[in-house]
Design a protein around this ligand. Structure first.
Ligand code: PEP
Ligand code: MN
Length: 356
């Protein structure tokens, strides 16, 4: 037998073994997928490091070469990783906020006729916090003049320090409601605790869950039991998967009207307050049918890049943007550095009109 002939014969054997390995891998994947379903049903984590270590030890004990134990470990680790990824993907595919088809979308209708998620680009704007009648009146008049339909009416402020302005409370909601009604605007306002729901129902059109409360599952479940839309902000250091699971809490509890907001995440960067994850916005549009809005204020922490961020938000396929606007930003009681003045807001609107 010449070399050429034995080479082809050996290669044929390798091809055959490849097919057997493929068949075994697929068989293994099907079984792992069954295990994954049981884990999901039991509410267990898919990754079990103890089980993985046990399998690797057994493989090493059985290994007679020629591959080193290290190589066998690396090869099987790869198989374990692929299986875990598959299990997690299957679990995600089942959740309610996951997109099931390319044209699936959640459209939020507000009592004043404003719509979010219909393919248009909706604006949510207003001061960081309600500070006075005059401040809200001035802001609302300017916003209404440019067609803004959803105003921030923040009365409870989750500040870093307990010694900073904490918001006006219910009085602030009363001011916001009066002003919003005057200009036919919907109000969104941040809720801190489920106990505030009954009181806030009298004032707000969209409940707002801030970044610090994204994983307050009790609050999320409570908001799932009411029939009013909820804006959910991404946590300060939340992954996209964690973000979607938080939205899932609300939807799974019975309220399908959830709007996501990307507000920047914590990174090492200091020249912006947070790092706007615009790639994350594009991924969320692919993964979920929920509308997503880009917060160009808290992600930046500065007002001088509002225009480019708004352009980027629009180009990302987001359903709208959120921007803080104050009649006199330097004296604002919170987030003074990032709120736009009314002329700056008008310039931003000019920019958006040009884009459209
Ligand atoms: C806000 O938008 O009012 C706010 C407090 O932002 P975040 O929760 O994203 O910090
Ligand atoms: Mn703010």
């Amino acid at each position: 037998m010449d070399h050429q002939q034995s080479l082809s014969e050996l290669r044929a054997q390798v091809d055959d073994i490849n097919m057997q390995i493929l068949e075994l891998l697929s068989q293994r994947a099907r079984i792992v997928s069954e295990i994954g379903k049981i884990h999901t049903a039991m509410g267990n984590a898919h990754y079990d490091p103890a089980r993985e270590a046990e399998m690797l030890t057994r493989l090493q004990q059985a290994n007679k070469g020629p591959f080193s134990n290290q190589t066998i470990q690396a090869l099987f680790r790869e198989i374990f990783r692929a299986s875990l990824e598959m299990e997690e993907q299957q679990a995600r595919a089942k959740i309610k906020v996951q997109r099931k088809s390319a044209d699936e979308r959640t459209i939020i209708q507000l009592p004043n006729g404003a719509v979010i998620g219909d393919g248009g680009f909706q604006l949510v704007a207003g001061p960081c916090a309600v500070e006075s009648d005059e401040q809200m009146e001035e802001a609302a008049a300017a916003l209404a003049a440019r067609g803004v339909k959803i105003i921030r009416g923040m009365a409870f402020k989750p500040r870093t320090s307990p010694y900073e302005f904490q918001g006006m409370g219910e009085t602030g909601l009363q001011i916001a409601r009066r002003v919003a009604d005057k200009y036919n605007m919907a109000i969104t306002s941040e809720i801190m605790d489920a106990s505030q729901i009954p009181m806030m129902m009298d004032y707000v059109d969209i409940f707002w869950v801030g970044a610090r409360n994204m994983q307050n599952s009790f609050l999320l479940k409570a908001l799932g039991k009411i029939d009013r839309p909820v804006i959910l902000k991404r946590g300060l250091a939340a992954t996209l998967e964690e973000f979607l699971y938080s939205a899932e809490y609300i939807v799974a509890s019975g309220n399908p009207n959830v709007i996501l907001i990307e507000r920047g995440i914590r990174t090492f960067e200091k020249w912006t307050r947070n790092t706007l994850d615009i790639g994350g916005v594009a991924v969320l549009k692919l993964e979920s049918h929920l509308p997503i809005i880009v917060d160009i204020s808290h992600s930046a922490g500065r007002r001088d890049i509002a225009k480019p961020l708004a352009r980027v938000a629009k180009a990302s396929g987001a359903d709208g943007l959120m921007v803080e606007v104050h009649p006199n930003p330097p004296v604002a009681m919170s987030d003074a550095k990032q709120q736009l003045s009314i002329p700056e807001f008008n310039a931003l609107m000019d920019e958006l009109v040009e884009l459209a």
